[in-house]
Design a protein around this ligand. Structure first.
Ligand code: NAP
Ligand code: MG
Length: 401
């Protein structure tokens, strides 16, 4: 079989620890034999981030803006222990945070469903994608611990010096206050990213806030979504046969549980933080969760939702056998390759991505899996494979499809 040719490079962001090992295995076994792989390579491994004073992360984000599609390996976000372990010049920022800030994106997370791994919610037969707004609200809050009696006020001073003032509370004793904000620009970007992603994946979009209680703050989110929808997306949604649906957050939670899945649930920052953990857990396993960052102007960065699987890496370094699940990382590659194929009109690349995803799913459904999957699978006699054997089993399935 001739190798599939690419025209535009993918931005390839290599990473750390066990996922870096899987990264190379995936390329060697599943990609390079079939594709004339064209990538612009950025090494986001912590050693190289430290060598370049983290310049490489910014460069990789710039390249993503230039080419439009990136695939990223999991990376270490340094903490004090990592600064010591890697002898770092400083505690470099989270690469995901840096890339997200550069692309102004929204993160979409969706589970990969496989027969034999049952969601805890029995009627969820299709994936639920959580779209989390990643700016503002309590993540950029200001708080005061009120020491005793007094008056708390909310004051805005305009550029012209004019003030808007509201009393928060007349305290008669000690208490707490919190100030949070968001910007119309960020909310608009969030809305556009959600509408674009819904069109792209042909799924309905749900959005929910607490606008009945928060009549200005949450209501602003509701109004911006509605206005962006009415002015820019309504016709496109109707043509695609999908719907935009707004409801209250508590109503949304009840409906999500009763649903069969198969839609995108746009969440404000805190709701998205909490609900994405709930949804991921309910579908079974973090190592089966995909993640893509989409910018409002249509730039895509694909990755696995899990981290670098540090514990497995130390076993690997000790020469012990590992059984690490590479499916979410493979799906990061297939997501990026499919998108590249769509943008460049390379049908063979799109077909390759579809076939490789089917091969991953079929391999597990045929009873060949990694240890963590075997623990939650209903398969009677699963064959537990090590990290490399699992990737090779996927290759054998792929070749036989
Ligand atoms: P983690 O790498 O997601 O791993 C946590 C545990 O989940 C593992 O120890 C393993 O459990 C299980 N697990 C996760 N992925 C798995 C897979 N593919 N196959 C099998 N088991 C899997 O999270 P962490 O240990 O908290 O973080 C490690 C590093 O990753 C940290 O330095 C963190 O900064 C980084 N991180 C990066 C990203 C990212 O780049 N997107 C995201 C999160 C964390 P068992 O050990 O019980 O088998
Ligand atoms: Mg969380």
């Amino acid at each position: 079989m001739d190798k599939i040719k690419m025209t535009t490079p993918l931005v390839e962001m290599d990473g750390d620890e066990m996922t870096r090992i899987l990264w190379q295995m995936i390329k060697d076994e599943l990609l390079l034999p079939y594709i004339d792989l064209k990538t612009e390579y950025y090494d986001l491994g912590l050693v190289h981030r430290n060598e370049t004073d983290d310049r490489v992360t910014i460069d990789s984000a710039e390249a993503t803006k230039k080419y439009g599609v990136a695939v990223k390996c999991a990376t270490i976000t340094p903490n004090a222990a990592r600064v010591k372990e890697y002898d770092l010049k400083e505690m470099w920022k989270s690469p995901n945070g840096t890339i997200r800030a550069a692309l102004d994106g929204t993160v979409f997370r969706a589970p990969i469903l496989i027969k034999g791994i049952k969601p805890y919610v029995h009627n969820w037969s299709k994936p639920i994608t959580i779209a989390r707004h990643a700016y503002g609200d309590i993540y950029k809050n200001v708080e005061i611990k009120v020491p005793g009696a007094g008056k708390a006020e909310l004051v805005f001073t305009g550029k012209d010096g004019k003030q808007i003032r509201e009393t928060i509370h007349e305290f008669t004793g000690s208490g707490i206050i919190q100030g949070i904000h968001n910007t119309d620009k960020s909310i608009t970007s969030f809305a556009k990213a959600c509408f674009n992603y819904a069109l792209d994946t042909k799924q309905d979009l749900w959005f929910a806030t607490k606008d009945t209680i928060s009549k200005k703050y949450d209501h602003d989110f509701k109004d911006i979504f509605q206005e962006v929808y009415d002015t820019q997306y309504k016709e496109k949604f109707e043509a695609a046969g999908i719907t935009y649906f707004y409801t209250l957050i508590d109503d949304a939670v009840a409906r999500v549980i009763r649903s069969e899945g198969g839609f995108i649930w746009a969440c404000k920052n805190y709701d998205g933080d909490v609900m994405s953990d709930m949804v991921a857990t309910a579908y079974g396993d973090l190592s089966m969760m995909t993640s893509v960052l989409v910018s409002p102007d249509g730039v895509y960065e694909y990755e696995a939702a899990h981290g670098t699987v540090q514990r497995h890496y130390y076993k690997y370094l000790n020469g012990e056998e590992t059984s690490t699940n590479s499916i979410a990382t493979i799906f990061a590659w297939t997501g990026a390759l499919r998108k590249r194929g769509e943008l460049d009109g390379i049908d063979a690349l799109v077909a390759f991505a579809d076939r490789l995803e089917r091969a991953c799913i079929k391999t597990v459904e045929d009873g060949k899996m990694t240890k963590s999957l075997s623990l939650i699978s209903t398969c009677k006699d699963p064959v537990i494979l090590n990290s490399l054997e699992f990737i090779q089993a996927i290759r054998a399935t792929f070749d036989a499809l």
